[in-house]
Write a protein that binds this ligand. Sequence first.
Ligand code: SAM
Length: 353
Amino acid sequence: MISYAQCWEDADVLLEALDVRPGQHCLSIASAGDNTLALLARAPAQVIAVDCNPAQIACLELRVAAYRALAHGEVLELIGSLASRRRAALYRRCRSLLGAQARAFWDARPDDIDLGVGAAGRLERYLALFRDRVLPAIHPRRRVERLLRGGTRTEREEFYDREWDTWSWRALFRVFFSRAFMALAGRERSHFRYVDGSIAAHLLARVRHACTALDPADNPYLHWILTGAHGAARPFALRAENFGTIRAHIERLQWHCLRLEELLARLHPDSLDRCNLSDVFEYMPPEQHEAALRALRRVCRPGARLAYWNLLVPRRRPESLATRLAPLVSAAAHLHARDKAFFYGSFVLEEAV
Ligand SMILES: C[S@@+](CC[C@H](N)C(=O)[O-])C[C@H]1O[C@@H](n2cnc3c(N)ncnc32)[C@H](O)[C@@H]1O
């Protein structure tokens, strides 16, 4: 089953944090593929994608085939960023470029293709339920459109406090994004094993930040959550200006359906420069996080960078690795403040020393 049909991590933050240089060697958690593809725009020598879920690898493979076989606007249609009635035909043009497993995976899911492959994950279906069933009971369409038009910071704050942040918004949001309901309908229960405190309270504070401190008008993630499509602003890999460079370097991408820890055991010491680690550490107990970081440090060259997010569980390099990894605290905090995928509690950037 697809957990994430899109990458819900801000690729602009990732690219600025990692500062990938031409010729470098990158590792990236595949997830749905968007941010892994975004790294190719910086002309690295190699991007190694890894994910333990074969459905996520199928998402990455379909995107790779789409970048090869389709024009930019057609990729947007296939993903669902633009409306389309011809997704089955677009898929047929990509199909022959897929490996046997990914082809069988997508052949068995014509409904997901019709829906737009970026809407087909468990998380995206949960967000669609919120958008279609819960949101209309609180805010009419025109108020959602008003929110997404943004404005000056003062206008955004006034609108949010006076019209959006009502008692019913907070109450229904708390129910829908409560731990029990998320575990039942959206995220897997195991994802919350290491979480303390109220998920909904954390998320409500981050929503306020995204709607007031940041401008909703240029936030593709918020647009998708509230409308089911990206607005005029798109995530990095889907922007027209990045399409050609990603496609030009697509042969430099390889992927593996493995756990990160298994892949690291196969890599040579001092072979990586940049690592996009999504928020995988959050799913691990502290001792496993420490072991994975240690294994990562072994395969990283001095000066290599590791970027990762924490949604709800604080994970950063432990003291035992203080001489091996240096946190770039202020750069990470600066990037977290303008992270358009606003729900994360923190963003971590660490450098191999
Ligand atoms: C960590 S999840 C998080 C996605 C996104 N940040 C979110 O919370 O909505 C991203 C991807 O990591 C993969 N993943 C999780 N733990 C992993 C591991 N130890 N090794 C390889 N992939 C892993 C999952 O299958 C998923 O596709």
